[in-house]
Design a protein around this ligand. Structure first.
Ligand code: R1P
Ligand code: GUN
Length: 302
């Protein structure tokens, strides 16, 4: 099993008391600050770990962090300070490899975070969405992380995904928000759409994804979720809304525009906002603290 070689290295580099983390954390774009409150922190670079590839996206570090998080004695956790995306050219098996290593280390609960665009107009930028379901067009159309021969025959061949997102962990997030007196609108529930990226959505694609029931959209997370469920972990996903996916109500006809100009009634040009990864990272920096406080409080409540 490929994970065993990585585990062997981790046994040499991580002190025994941190070698069996209870919780795994994956930090989304610009969210690696989540791990700044780890105590007794031990950092392991991905290039030391067989099977790990490199996080090449700005806002992601190729580092695995071990330590204690939460108040009191703290909970032993392992955190990926950067993830792998298929659009970087990584195979899906590489994208989910760290999740499988976490499972072999004994991780029971995995907290997966991401930066996402809002499709639901009710979700303001800065909102944290507790994901309760997903729509994964790639999964349904031949880009499923579980395609291929089974690496481990003890795992199920046909994995049900109908109750993927742990209800009890989701409830803990809302309890945590209550204890932290976080205002109601700062936290929402929703469905995450996974797209391959790296292009952001056109307006028509945004309308399509909204139309089929998605609240937020991003280019990650679902492969990790699927692997984590296959490995039997409890899954929590928090999406930080970093931008709105611009979905104009209707197409603004250029014919109408030209005809109005010819008639001498030019209309003010409407310029739609254009999303950028810089904006995504800036929002992560601004609001990452909210995700971090929620994660810390949930750890206390586990
Ligand atoms: O999902 P994470 O890794 O948080 O990153 C999100 O932000 C990047 C786009 O700005 C994409 O990688 C998208 O998936
Ligand atoms: N696909 C997608 N991913 C994102 N990640 C952060 N924002 C976005 C977005 O608007 N679309």
């Amino acid at each position: 099993m490929a994970e065993l070689a990585a585990l062997q290295v981790l046994k040499e580099l991580v002190p025994p008391e941190l070698q069996t983390p209870r919780v795994g954390i994956i930090c989304g774009s610009g969210l690696s600050g989540l791990a700044t409150s780890l105590r007794q922190i031990v950092l392991v670079s991905y290039d030391k770990l067989p099977g790990f590839v490199e996080s090449t996206v700005p806002g992601h570090k190729s580092i695995l962090a071990f330590g204690l998080m939460g108040s009191g004695a703290g909970v032993p956790v392992v955190a990926m300070l950067g993830r792998f995306h298929p659009y970087e050219g990584h195979k899906l098996s590489s994208v989910v490899f760290p999740v499988r290593v976490m499972a072999k280390m004994g991780v029971k609960d995995i907290f997966i975070t991401n930066a996402a665009g809002a499709l639901n107009p009710a979700l303001a930028v800065g909102t944290v969405v507790v994901v309760h379901d997903h729509i994964a067009l790639p999964n349904l159309t031949g880009m499923n992380p579980l395609l291929g021969p089974q690496q481990d025959p003890s795992l199920p061949r046909f994995l049900p995904l109908s109750d993927t997102y742990s209800r009890s962990l989701r409830k803990l997030v809302f309890k945590a928000a209550h204890e932290l007196s976080i205002e109601r609108d700062a936290l929402a529930e929703g469905t995450y759409a996974w797209v391959s990226g790296p292009t952001y959505e056109t307006a028509a694609e945004g309308r399509f994804l909204r139309g089929i029931g998605a609240d937020v959209v991003g280019m990650s997370t679902v492969p990790e979720v699927v692997a984590a469920r296959e490995e039997g972990m409890n899954v929590l996903v928090l999406s930080l809304v970093t931008n709105a996916v611009v979905i104009p109500e209707g197409y603004k006809s250029v014919r109408d525009e030209v005809e109005a100009e010819i008639a001498g009634n030019p209309k003010a040009e409407v310029v739609d906002e254009v999303v950028s990864h810089e904006e995504v990272l800036a929002l992560g920096k601004l609001k990452g603290g909210l995700v971090k406080s929620l994660v810390e409080k949930v750890l206390d409540l586990l």
